[in-house]
Ligand binder design. Sequence first.
Ligand code: CA
Length: 433
Amino acid sequence: MLARNGAMRITENCKLLILGAGSAALLVVACPAASLANSKCVESLWPSAKSAGVTRATFDRAFQGFAIDPEVIEAAKYQPEYVRPIGEYIDRAVSDKRVEIGKQKLAEHQALLGALESRYGVDRHVVVAIWGVESNFGVQPGEKNVIRSLGSLICSNTKAKFARSQLNSALKILQGGDISFESMNGSWAGAMGHTQFIPTTYSAYAVDHDGDGKRDIWGNVPDALASTASYLRVSKWRAGETWGYEVRLPKGFNPKKVSEKTLRPVGAWQKLGIVRVNGDPFPRLTDQASLFAPEGTRGPAFLLLNNFRSLLRYNQANSYAVAVGHLSDRIRGGSRFVQPWPTDENRLSLEQRTELQQLLIARGLLEGDPDGVIGPATLEAVRGYQRAKSLPVDGFPSQTILKLLRSEAPPAMVPEGTSSIPEAGSSLPEAAN
Ligand code: CA
């Protein structure tokens, strides 16, 4: 790649060869093909970085010896909050061990959490719960260099749009000196530190709580927890209110007939016969709430309030926000959900899920290549099938549905796939937006 002064820049993966001798000697740069492609890709990122105010020195430091990280690409294709059944995800995110450590952290950081509560109006249990779910209280903040991760996503065209939206922010953070290149680590998606802020979220909302001039969400717990509280406050968190309630549905009520997006006052839901599982009254009947029953009548159901929608700003997966809300309640001393998640008996293996998708594709209910990953498109296809067969519509890809689809399948059933299924991973841990 050519630098501004026209000199050849050589990445760490390339070799400098001298061919011939004397004045006829040729200086040749030999790079592996992939490395050359990487260099081209990296150079294509410069104009935008420059416009954003990144200096060439910062840019070169950030991409010195750049090579795509294959682990990042692999991780980008697997996101537990979408791939796992919601009950399994929540049970793991809210393990007894995590509840116990959360209680310890609550005591250990009592003064700090109290200060954050008064300053930002965000419940200390929620701040600790986010810390727990995001990075296991700082134990698992991710060890991938953030610039390399974003560069890998862009240059391999995997979630490249997201990575491009983050790269210049990441370079500016590096340039600002809050963190060194070596320590600027995070998840495969560039979520960084205790709070797992992606670069744009960091740039907009990270806070220097201890006043040392640096916003250090990687190594400084006061900065990290203050940043979380600050971000929730900006996300319209309301002090003194909870995230939602586990509720009991009246007999014969089909939650899947109600869109998860429908907002009604709690009082209106109550008129339909919906009550809290513990028998307590709803504190405020005017709260705008949505009904969420991801496993239909076979698992817990919730009324979700304003603060739940604030949690979704951190990560837009409902499963994530329920996990954070539930963990905060458990850390406060609350009990487990009354209604258990459904057991695995009727669940499908990867092979069976792939077959289910093939059968749904054959019926024209789903498009793309079957991959066994159950995401929004497959769930909608199952719902479509259930509607067509006048079955209870819960979108659950069960053995029952698979057997029915098999019994109706024509002999040559799978058409040539054309494109991959746009789901499971179409959604990133998007703290921002
Ligand atoms: Ca600081």
